[in-house]
Design a protein around this ligand. Structure first.
Ligand SMILES: [Zn+2]
Length: 110
């Protein structure tokens, strides 16, 4: 299973940079009291996107480490092969669909 995680990670890091720049330029601007609410909403949405991308980037780093160790494509929890289609969709997936649903079940129960 060969995937170009490096290129993917580079593009995610670029998006993170762009989001940070957008956030910085927004917080520099003094909002008009009338659009203040709107600006706050935009800021929150950018911050959410940034948080999401950063989490994605850190999962990609883990996936790249696994690729270097020859462990990429195997489920962290049960060691089974993760189907190629799943990895193409979610290259950062740490585990197979079955284990993922167990994880989600556990995180809901907790
Ligand atoms: Zn599994």
């Amino acid at each position: 299973m060969k995937m170009n995680l490096k290129a993917l990670s580079n593009s995610v890091n670029q998006e993170i940079k762009d989001l940070k720049l957008a956030l910085a330029s927004m917080s520099d601007r003094m909002p008009d009291p009338i659009d203040a609410g709107c600006v706050v909403e935009q800021l929150q949405s950018l911050q959410n996107q940034l948080r999401f991308k950063e989490q994605y980037a850190s999962r990609l780093l883990v996936a790249m480490k696994k690729q270097n160790n020859g462990e990429f494509g195997y489920c962290d929890d049960c060691g089974t092969d993760i189907p190629t289609e799943r990895l193409q969709l979610l290259p950062d997936a740490p585990c197979c669909v079955d284990c993922q649903s167990i994880r989600e079940y556990k995180s809901r129960a907790a």
